[in-house]
Design a protein around this ligand. Structure first.
Ligand code: SF4
Length: 328
């Protein structure tokens, strides 16, 4: 069946993925493959803007790729590769930076946030980040970028850069990407307060063992008003219930919703049920991951092949870009 166009998405190499990554992005990546030619990139160069040490970069990249593959990225159809393996992106970044007003970059709320978060390391890379991101997108002649509502301004920025480039060089070589708004689930961590994140250590890894998963679930913060076992609870404000709504059966969800409110169900049993369902849900992923991990050099082969296919598109785009600029 003819595909609807090309999708591009990238993520920093953060190592083993967690439930928040899965529900917020990976799951959607897998579905998009049915309708689009997908290019999925592990953006290692972007990571350098804030990373303190590169010691684990390689391992984090491999672990992340392994998780994506085990979750259902199909490398025979989609391109999965590492950003720095196609260095044309750095050339395009430089060329696009010539049509990007500095004020636009310094005004971006994301830049201001980054400066707040990394006051001791305000490097040029942080400022130029959206231009490199634009280069990532347009180098592969991307039609569509899946984004959550909060990332939509990034795509608008990329579209403006493309328009400036095409206008400046009187060309149509670069494609203005469209944002495909997806419902990005905001998954809270086991603290029940912050978004699930490795750096906050409030995450549940997809590849954790069933025992580790159960331990993490048992640590989940529940309705704080429920102090004694006999206190009725409010599932609407409890992250355990939110997870039940994703991983449990309709009957179980109804039971938790009902019995929590009358204290017929205690938090320990409620969490045990969630851990069981979560482990059942993750079992196929974990078996697949173990199978792929046992194939010596498999992930590297996939990433090499992805880089070759990405490189073929990139080289063609750069040839057109050079011609449009009339670089000698
Ligand atoms: Fe949350 Fe379940 Fe306890 Fe209710 S019974 S407060 S839903 S953990």
């Amino acid at each position: 069946m003819a595909k609807k166009g090309r999708v591009f998405s990238g993520a920093r190499p953060t190592g083993r993925q967690h439930l928040g990554n899965y529900l917020g992005a990976i799951q959607n990546y897998v579905v998009l493959q049915d309708d689009f030619d997908c290019v999925y990139c592990i953006v290692d160069v972007h990571a350098l803007t804030t990373v303190e040490t590169t010691e684990n970069l390689k391992q984090n990249t491999t672990e992340m790729a392994l998780d994506w593959l085990a979750a259902g990225i199909r490398p025979e159809e989609s391109i999965l590769f590492i950003q720095s393996h196609v260095p044309e992106v750095m050339q395009l970044h430089t060329l696009l930076s010539m049509v990007t007003p500095l004020g636009k970059l310094t005004d971006l709320p994301t830049f201001k946030d980054m400066v707040r978060q990394h006051p001791d390391n305000v490097n040029y890379g942080l400022l130029g980040y959206p231009v490199l991101m634009t280069a990532d997108i347009v180098l592969y002649k991307t039609d569509v970028v899946p984004v959550g509502v909060d990332q939509a301004p990034h795509i608008e920025f990329a579209r403006e850069v493309v328009r400036s480039f095409n206008f400046r060089y009187n060309t149509k070589v670069l494609i203005e990407p469209q944002a495909k708004h997806t419902e990005v689930l905001k998954v809270l961590g086991i603290d029940g307060k912050e978004k699930m994140s490795k750096s906050l250590n409030n995450h549940i890894e997809l590849a954790a063992t069933p025992q580790e998963t159960q331990q993490r679930v048992m640590q989940m913060v529940t309705d704080p008003a429920r102090i004694k076992r006999t206190d009725p609870g409010n599932p609407d404000i409890c992250n355990v219930y939110t997870m039940h709504k994703i991983f449990s059966s309709p009957e179980e969800i109804e039971m938790v919703n009902r019995d929590c409110r009358t204290a017929a169900l205690g938090c320990v049993d409620c969490k045990k049920l969630l851990a069981k369902n979560l482990n059942n849900h993750l079992e196929p992923f974990r078996s697949k991951r173990a199978e792929l991990a046992s194939k010596q050099g498999y992930v590297e082969e996939v990433l090499d092949d992805g880089a070759k296919r990405a490189s073929a598109i990139a080289k063609k785009t750069m040839e057109e870009v050079r011609q449009a600029i009339q670089l000698p």
